[in-house]
Design a protein around this ligand. Structure first.
Ligand code: GLN
Length: 306
C-alpha cells in the first residue's frame, strides 16, 4: 500500500492544473493549492500515508457525514421526515428544489439538508452544547482528542454566508427550522470549520469500513445496517451534482468538502482520506478525485467490481 500511495503522490506532484481553491470563503481562498496528502486506514488497523497527510485542513462538508450519523443516533428514522434520501442533481448551495418540495431538502449532504440536520441535533440543547457534542463525537470516532475547530474559518463563513442564510430562512418559512436561524447557522458554520489531517480523517471513517466498528479501537459506533445506509448516502449524494461522475470514476462511497478533502470508504477494505485544495467546477477536489481513481484502479476496491 505504501508503494501505491507514494506513486500516486509522485505522479500528481507534477500536475499543473490543480483546479481552483474555494473563493467564496475568504479563509479558504488563501490556502496554498500545491499541497496534497493521502492516508489509508485498512480494515485490519494498519495505516499508510503520503504527502501532506499530517497537515490540518478544513473538512467542511465532510463533517455532514458525522452530523448525519449523530442525527440518526438521536432521532432514528425520524431524520427522514426532515431530509430526503435522493441525489439532488443541483449544486451544493442550490435553493430551487426547496420551493418545489415544501422546504424539505433532497438529502442530508447538500447545504440545506445539513442545516436541517443540525437543527434536528440541536433539540433541547444550546448551540454551544450541540457543537461540543459534534466535536466530541468526531474525536471519539477518530480516537484523537486534539481535533478542534478553526474559529477563523467559522467567522469567515459567517461573514460571507448570505446564501446559507437564505437557505435556512427559506426552510424556516415552511416551518422546517425549529431554532432561531442565527443559532442554527452558527452551529453549522462551526462544524464545517473542524480542522483535521488526512490521518485523523481516515481514522474517523474506519467505522464505515467494518460494519459500524472502528477496527483500531474495537468500539462499535453504529449498527452494521446503519453503516451500510450511511455509505449508500455517500455514494448517491456525497459529491452533489458530481456524484454520478464520482461513482463512475472512483466507484466508492465518498464525501467531499470545499476545503479540498474527500473521505472515501471501501467497505471491508479501508477508509481513505485525501486532500488537495484545488477544486473542479462543481466544488470537489480535482486531484483528490484523480488520486482516488488511481488508488481504486491499483487496488480493485471499487464497489462495482475489479
Ligand atoms: N461550509 C460550506 C458551505 O456552507 C460547505 C460547503 C461544502 O463543503 N461543499 O458553503
Amino acid at each position: 500500500m505504501q508503494d501505491i500511495l507514494d506513486e500516486i503522490t509522485a505522479t500528481l506532484s507534477t500536475r499543473e492544473d490543480r483546479g481552483e481553491v474555494a473563493q467564496y470563503i475568504p479563509e479558504l481562498a488563501i490556502v496554498d493549492p500545491q499541497q496534497f496528502g493521502i492516508s489509508v486506514a485498512l480494515a485490519d488497523g494498519r495505516t499508510f500515508s503520503a504527502g501532506n497527510a499530517s497537515d490540518l485542513f478544513s473538512i467542511q462538508s465532510i463533517s455532514k457525514v458525522f452530523t448525519l450519523t449523530i442525527a440518526l443516533g438521536k432521532l432514528g428514522d425520524a431524520v427522514w421526515s426532515r431530509v430526503g434520501r435522493e441525489p439532488s442533481g443541483d449544486p451544493f448551495n442550490s435553493i430551487v428544489q426547496l420551493e418545489h418540495e415544501s422546504g424539505k431538502p433532497r438529502n442530508p449532504f447538500i447545504n440545506a439538508g445539513a442545516i436541517a440536520i443540525v437543527d434536528a441535533i440541536m433539540m433541547g440543547h444550546k448551540p454551544r452544547e450541540t457543537l461540543a457534542e459534534i466535536l466530541q463525537f468526531v474525536r471519539f470516532i477518530a480516537n484523537d482528542a486534539s481535533i478542534g475547530i478553526d474559529e477563523k474559518v467559522a467567522r469567515s463563513e459567517l461573514k460571507t454566508g448570505d446564501r446559507n442564510a437564505s437557505l435556512a430562512h427559506f426552510m424556516a418559512s415552511f416551518g422546517r427550522i425549529k431554532h432561531p436561524v442565527e443559532q442554527v447557522l452558527g452551529t453549522y458554520f462551526h462544524h464545517c470549520s473542524i480542522s483535521m489531517t488526512c490521518q485523523q480523517l481516515a481514522q474517523a471513517g474506519q467505522f464505515l469500513v467494518s460494519d459500524g466498528v472502528n477496527a483500531n479501537t474495537g468500539v462499535r459506533v453504529v449498527s452494521a445496517q446503519r453503516a451500510r445506509r450511511i455509505n449508500s448516502m455517500m455514494l448517491m449524494c456525497g459529491h452533489y451534482d458530481g456524484s454520478g461522475e464520482f461513482a463512475y470514476r472512483v466507484g466508492l462511497p465518498g464525501k467531499s468538502g470545499v476545503g479540498g478533502g474527500i473521505l472515501a470508504i471501501a467497505p471491508g477494505k479501508g477508509s481513505i482520506a485525501v486532500w488537495s485544495p484545488g477544486l473542479d467546477k462543481i466544488g470537489n477536489s480535482k486531484l483528490g478525485t484523480e488520486a482516488l481513481e488511481m488508488l481504486v484502479q491499483k487496488t480493485g476496491w471499487s464497489v462495482f467490481g475489479h
